[in-house]
Design a protein around this ligand. Structure first.
Ligand code: GLN
Length: 454
């Protein structure tokens, strides 16, 4: 049924870069047989899923939305891919994304944009717009994204779906093509909080192949979601982040957020306002740290190891081939970030830029720590605006970057955060997301509060 749905709507929505119908049907049949034999691998055995095209898959191409990796099929599976398969989850295909996960609209894909199923003239968010749109268009009931600065939560918000950035280190990055290694975090995308929880437990857990993987037990997120579904938040302290309001926030988004806070109070939560004074510097710090790490990580696309190779006709030096390949293979946003990062890391500038940004990162982590002494979770709008029209921000990188104003602090601090649907804006009728943030390792709180609110 999902393959039929993809065939019917993906010509317009363009959630997928690659669909593996045969592989999906074979995996589904296998899951059916296993279930009939009483040995279903997990509660999600046989359930279809859309996988962001940034995870290595040994049986499908992995392009990261870039010409640089067009047609490249990795020789191995990412840990996330492997865990999905072991759980019997049916991988339908690979979803569209901003090139190397850099963007907030999926317009930076080298293979054309994904459209928002709520309004095909609008963006589905990014970088994981394909995964979110696949859920919103009912092409898949589950998806996987990655969140470096908001790429799971912001697409979730603007498509009316659920997206979770787990605690950094909670889900393995092995086989995830790296953008900014200290920020990148894979996570579940779904249409309900419980579905996200079931998927979270499939993909999370320690992995010796990822040196930043956490070895403590996976938070009991499914139990928390079931518990929360009873709708009682008595005793839960919810902090409203004072800094995430005002200029730049659409009135419809602010009204929806206030209604969400009222609803949390009605469910029994104790609501207080908290201040996180350094959050206003998060964006500046992120756009030094992420490009710096990106400039280093993307050095591997050198025309020698894998992917595109341009101009290798025997007359040119390795350096010339490398340069021609990177010129042709990377899109403008990726080049912008490589240049920014190379500059920020260069000798003489390192302390002034990268070093300063790392200090700001510490201050933001401390803001979270102080807030979580007063409250169990923090809440904010996920994004300042609803889905914007395709093309509106493509010539204005700073306007594009603002889409992640509220999501970036959790990446810098490494704590857990969720976006879930919070109704439609009374301004334009488009979905609004509520963001819930919890301390590192307390991912279960997101699911408890999210399931109660849902
Ligand atoms: N939009 C942000 C960026 O462009 C975040 C991307 C992400 O989380 N992968 O960097």
């Amino acid at each position: 049924a999902h393959l039929d749905r993809i065939a019917a709507v993906d010509g317009v929505v363009h959630s997928f870069l690659h669909v593996d119908a045969d592989g999906a049907l074979a995996a589904a049949r296998q899951a059916d047989e296993d279930r009939a034999a009483g040995k279903a691998a997990s509660p999600l055995a046989g359930v279809p899923l859309a996988l962001k095209d940034v995870f290595a898959t040994s049986d499908m191409p992995t392009t990261c939305g870039s010409k640089m990796l067009e047609g490249w099929t990795p020789p191995y599976d990412a840990t996330v891919t492997r865990r999905l398969r072991e759980a019997g989850v049916v991988v339908l295909g690979k979803t569209n994304m901003d090139e190397f996960a850099m963007g907030s609209s999926t317009e930076n894909s080298a293979y054309g944009p994904t459209r928002n199923p709520w309004d095909p003239e609008r963006i589905p968010g990014g970088s994981g717009g394909g995964s979110a749109a696949a859920l919103a268009a009912f092409e898949a009931p589950l998806a996987i994204g990655t969140d470096t600065g908001g790429s799971i939560r912001q697409p979730g918000a603007v498509t009316g779906t659920v997206g979770v950035k787990p605690t950094y280190g909670g889900v393995s990055r092995y086989g995830l093509v790296a953008f900014s290694s200290s920020l990148d975090q894979p996570g579940p995308c779904a249409r309900t909080v419980l579905d996200a929880a079931l998927l979270h437990e499939v993909i999370a857990g320690h992995d010796p192949m990822d040196s930043t993987s956490i070895s403590s037990p996976v938070p009991q997120v499914v139990a928390a979601a079931r518990d929360g579904a009873a709708g009682d938040l008595t005793g839960v302290r919810v902090g409203v982040v004072r800094e995430f309001a005002g200029d730049g926030y659409q009135p419809g988004v602010e009204r929806s957020f206030r209604a969400a806070v009222d609803q949390l109070a009605k469910l029994g939560a104790e609501v207080v306002e908290v201040s996180c004074p350094h959050f206003e510097y998060a964006m500046g710090a992120y756009y030094l740290i992420a490009p710096s790490e990106c400039s280093s990580n993307l050095a591997r696309f050198d025309a020698m190891r894998y992917g595109l190779r341009v101009g290798d006709d025997g007359s040119r030096s390795a350096e010339e081939v490398m340069s021609l390949t990177r010129e042709a293979g990377f899109g403008p946003e990726v080049k912008r970030r490589i240049m920014l990062g190379t500059y920020a890391l260069s000798s003489g500038y390192y302390d002034a830029y990268y070093g300063q940004a790392q200090k700001v990162r510490t201050l933001i982590t401390r803001d979270f720590a102080a807030a979580f002494e007063q409250v169990d979770v923090l809440v904010s709008p996920t994004t300042p605006t609803t889905a914007f029209p395709i093309g509106e921000r493509t010539d204005d990188p700073l306007a594009m970057y603002l889409a992640d104003l509220c999501t970036i602090p959790s990446n810098l601090a490494g704590n857990a955060a969720m976006s879930l649907p919070s109704g439609l804006s009374d301004e334009d009728g488009l979905p609004v997301g509520l963001q819930i943030m919890a301390p590192a390792l307390a991912d279960d709180r997101l699911y408890r509060v999210g399931a109660a609110y849902e």
